[in-house]
Design a protein around this ligand. Structure first.
Ligand SMILES: [Mg+2]
Ligand SMILES: [Zn+2]
Length: 188
């Protein structure tokens, strides 16, 4: 008996450094810079039948660098950009927490801040996702660790801004989301 019949496949996407440029604690929707080729890559993944779910750590909330409203307006603008390009993001989860934060009630140790798996678990449950056929694309070791801990195959986009522990080995190293999309759809 195959328990995977009817299950969905998904590409979980980190936001900063994968979909949009990582400008550090992005607060203003006007500062959104779409990563080159990422829109086209999302179209390819959608056409191949993948759900698209964004999973993003936004500790700037806990640290008081921006508000929930700021973040909501950034995400509104981002979905508008995608909508204008015919792309629907199936869901977006963010973690507003940080244990060293100053803003209550977000200054806690949570189970959703990557590398914790809370956000992926939520998506897997809600959309009945087959993790064996699903992927995570990120640019930090915490993204790769979330993937490993969630049973997802991982793509690591090299980002010179962040340290990379050689012991955290992704399934694939890629230069951008487009390269990941090509590998994913070739294998599917
Ligand atoms: Mg990132
Ligand atoms: Zn959290």
């Amino acid at each position: 008996m195959n328990n995977n019949i009817g299950k969905n496949k998904c590409v979980f996407l980190d936001r900063d450094g994968v979909l949009i440029e990582d400008v550090g604690y992005l607060k203003n929707p006007e500062d959104i810079i779409i990563m080159p080729n990422s829109i086209e890559a999302l179209k390819i993944l959608k056409a191949a039948g993948f759900l698209l779910i964004i999973v993003t750590n936004q500790a700037g909330i806990a640290k008081g660098f921006f508000s929930m409203e700021d973040l909501a307006s950034v995400h509104e603008k981002l979905s508008k950009i995608y909508e204008n390009n015919g792309i629907i993001i199936d869901d977006l989860y963010f973690c507003p927490h940080h244990e060293k934060g100053t803003v209550e009630p977000y200054n806690i140790k949570c189970s959703c801040r990557k590398p914790e798996t809370g956000m992926a678990v939520k998506g897997v449950k809600k959309f009945n996702i087959d993790t064996d056929k699903s992927f995570m694309v990120g640019d930090k070791d915490s993204d790769i660790m979330l993937a490993k801990n969630s049973g997802l195959k991982s793509f690591y986009i090299k980002n010179s801004m962040y340290e990379h522990d050689e012991n955290v080995v992704p399934d694939f190293y890629v230069k951008d989301l487009m390269e990941a999309a090509e590998i994913i759809t070739k294998a599917a």
